[in-house]
Design a protein around this ligand. Structure first.
Ligand code: SF4
Length: 320
């Protein structure tokens, strides 16, 4: 199974920028960006990031606002500052090199089980499994439990299976191939079993070819939320607030209002984590936005804003 998987990867691997310039730094940057994010979305960000911060040194020196701006639109913004904090730790405590030591790596900011396994195996060849959602899906199907990957209580089983299957001579390549298989072939609702290198060993294959596993309603159910924010422009400046919330900490957002009574100027809906948020932008008054910071309309482009707020702001100032 190992040999066939790695052979398949050699001809099926997508051409991705971080695969062409592999260093411990590019492995860490790409792994942080890829968490919960599609590869197609990450490519452009990765290329720009490497131009702005070509090494640990430049990243370690970057201020919060610059790092967040470079991450704008990629979501899960705490990843950006954690990545910068990794760079600071590398420069301050490890002479500018990512430490080749699992116990030290796991103490770095943002290094959970998956990231530790991916980075340690791909950057240094340590025999650690890396089990993300893609890998859990492939393994649960190969183990004959087509929907087992959706059940968080089974995570430990997939990790144990991944450790057993791991190619200890080339763990980085094996992990990358398995992640690629889940991302491109053994996809959640339409696995392409006919193209799968593991089809002959997978008890789920025939069943899934005839009867695709339906999306579990529980897995796709979103929690609905409403949010009202104020739009107040005064002397060519817009009132914005620096978010302290978990989604967009440190980014500039339109200020929330509890009981806005002004006209609805714009509305939009977007998804964050497991939430579907219905955003309404209301005409506000200066008294409603006390404590906010006033930013010139012509300088908003330079601020880091989450994509849903950027979208309504651009719409309301006529940029879209
Ligand atoms: S045969 Fe189908 S279900 Fe099994 S691992 Fe391959 S793509 Fe997934």
């Amino acid at each position: 199974m190992r040999r066939v998987l790695v052979g398949w990867f050699a001809q099926a691997a997508r051409d991705l920028p971080w695969r062409k310039q592999r260093t411990p730094y590019t492995v860490v940057v790409s792994e942080f960006m890829l968490q919960q994010t599609q590869v197609s979305q990450v490519i452009e960000y990765f290329n720009r990031w490497m131009r702005l911060f070509p090494s640990w040194r430049e990243l370690a020196r970057a201020e919060d606002a610059v790092v967040r701006k470079a991450w704008e639109g990629l979501g899960y913004y705490s990843r950006a500052t954690r990545l910068r904090d990794v760079a600071r730790s590398v420069m301050d405590n490890h002479c500018g090199e990512l430490p080749r030591d699992i116990d030290v790596l796991k103490k770095l900011p943002g290094f959970g089980d998956y990231t530790l396994g991916a980075v340690a195996s791909m950057a240094f060849g340590f025999p650690l499994a890396a089990v993300d959602g893609n890998v859990a899906r492939v393994l649960s199907r190969v183990a004959g439990e087509p929907d087992g990957w959706r059940d968080p209580s089974q995570r430990k089983s997939w990790r144990e299976l991944a450790e057993k299957l791991l190619d200890r001579r080339e763990p980085g390549l094996f992990n990358e191939a398995l992640i690629e298989l889940g991302a491109t072939v053994c996809t959640p609702s339409s696995p392409r079993c006919a193209e799968c290198p593991w089809q002959q060993w997978c008890p789920t294959a025939g069943m899934m070819l005839e009867n695709r596993v339906a999306q579990s309603p529980k897995a796709s159910k979103k929690i609905e939320l409403s949010q009202r924010v104020a739009w107040v422009v005064y002397r060519g400046k817009l009132a914005l607030k620096e978010s302290a919330g978990p989604w967009w900490k440190g980014l500039w957002v339109l200020p929330p209002v509890e009981q806005g009574t002004g006209a609805v100027l714009a509305s939009s809906a977007f998804t964050v984590t497991r939430h579907k948020v219905h955003l309404q932008v209301l005409q506000g008054t200066r008294s409603e936005v006390q404590g906010c910071v006033w930013h010139s309309l012509d300088q908003l482009e330079a601020l880091a804003m989450p994509a849903p707020h950027r979208k309504v702001v651009n719409h309301l100032i006529g940029l879209d």
